[in-house]
Design a protein around this ligand. Structure first.
Ligand SMILES: [Zn+2]
Length: 426
């Protein structure tokens, strides 16, 4: 198999605390070494001068819509969007049709990804059958088939007793439980964050406490069961505080934040524009800054996009009728640079950590580092190159992004999976 030599980039590998200009040699699909002036006869050379060379980015929360909703996205198109966003691994949530709640569906996704995806796909299995929140799914056999976590994402597990059993079961199978934290009674079919803006726009509000009460409940259950517990798309200041307190007590608790919850608040929601409709909703300014502070302090471990493609026919309905969710894969690096790095909150190495070794450790997959012998997945990005996002050129099948036309400073430049360049910027 051919070798790939990435020369003269700023190699940042938080797992091994490496941050210096160096070369990276990939051969036979794995990392052979990182060092100065590496050479290899016959290797393809990639000149990375001026670029950051990082372990392959992992997005631990995406929706690939296959099986069942292939009009919105497929494993193939979603993987292309991932590569174009600098991601080498993605973890699709189980809210497909059928729901990924048993080993047959998990195997289907794994097999399909093997033949059609250009990045790695690590599926997440359901917590309950049909994600209906009642009976536990086949957790052990899904793990054996390749599931790296369980979640009913899109739906919260409303019944605390079911969540307790799920955590006990997950603990014995050594798999993390990821919850979409939302008390549906408090959300009460709301469309956006409950606040001044929801009143102004005449839209039904989802209060911040609809997230907080479930995070609080789950943290108590995690303490009781000893399960590894992860909060998906954390968005409220009280939730961030509670996760920080749980960590301080030594619980095996982690959390992720999405780029859009760092970039926008409820006040930014444009009237009639369903590209601002997602769950959790864009929160108040104080929540946005609390999420950013959580990333700085380490209360929040990872950035995950919640990439949620919906076709125009669905998103073009009235705000109240259209589904929740926006695209995320292609704009994640640009947003993280803008709102965290260029904003002076974190350095580039911390940003790389949030996208690499942090999610890899949460999911216990051997990725997220450039140590010799691991899979040859590499993300190359620029910190300063200006570009404009054009959603009509997206590799995704869908177009639902509020960042269309946004000018970014820095973004993905090339994506390498198993030693092969699978995507390169225009
Ligand atoms: Zn969710």
């Amino acid at each position: 198999m051919a070798a790939l030599l990435i020369k003269n980039g700023r190699v940042i590998d938080p797992a091994s605390k490496h941050d210096a200009v160096a070369d990276v040699l990939l051969e036979d699909g794995v990392v052979r070494g990182v060092g100065a002036n590496l050479s290899k006869a016959g290797a393809e050379i990639f000149d990375a001068t001026g670029l950051v060379v990082a372990p392959g980015f992992m997005d631990m929360h995406v929706h690939l819509r296959e099986p069942g909703f292939e009009h919105a996205e497929t494993i193939e198109t979603g993987s292309r969007a991932a590569a174009a966003g600098g991601f080498t691994s993605v973890c699709p949530m189980p809210n497909t049709l059928p729901v990924n709640d048993n080993a047959t569906v998990t195997s289907y996704i794994v097999d399909k990804a093997r033949t059609e995806a250009i990045v790695n796909v690590f599926p997440i299995g359901a917590i309950t059958k049909g994600s209906l929140g009642e009976e536990l799914a086949s957790i052990g056999s899904m793990k054996a088939a390749g599931a790296v976590a369980i979640s009913d994402d899109g739906r919260p597990v409303m019944n605390a007793r079911v969540m307790r059993r799920a955590m006990e079961c997950a603990r014995s199978f050594e798999i993390p439980v990821i919850n979409h934290c939302e008390d549906l009674h408090l959300s009460a079919d709301g469309d956006m964050h409950e606040g001044l803006q929801s009143v102004r726009l005449g839209l039904r509000g989802i209060p911040g406490c609809s997230e907080d009460v479930m995070v609080a409940r789950d943290l108590l259950l995690a303490a009781m069961t000893g399960a590894r517990y992860h909060v998906a798309h954390i968005s409220s200041r009280h939730s961030v505080e509670m996760v920080a307190a749980a960590k301080a007590r030594g619980l095996a608790v982690t959390a992720e934040a999405t780029p859009h919850h760092l970039a926008m608040a409820d006040a930014d929601v444009r009237p009639y524009d369903s590209n601002y409709k997602m769950k959790p909703p864009l929160r108040a300014r104080c929540d946005v800054s609390a999420v950013a502070r959580g990333i700085v302090s380490g209360a929040i471990d990872a950035i995950a996009t919640d990439h949620a493609p919906h076709p125009g026919s669905e998103k073009m309905q009235e705000f109240e009728k259209c589904p929740f969710g926006i695209l995320g894969l292609e704009t994640a690096i640009g947003i993280a640079l803008e709102y965290l790095v260029h904003a002076g909150l974190i350095d580039v190495a911390r940003m790389v950590e949030l996208f690499t070794i942090a999610p890899a450790r949460i999911l216990n997959v051997s990725r997220g580092t450039l140590e010799a012998g691991v899979a040859g997945d590499v993300t190359l990005f620029s910190v300063g190159r200006e570009w404009t996002y054009d959603v009509n050129k997206s590799a995704s099948k869908s177009r639902n992004s509020p960042f269309d036309g946004h000018k970014f400073r820095g973004g993905p430049v090339a994506t390498v999976v198993a030693g092969r360049v699978v995507w390169r910027a225009g």
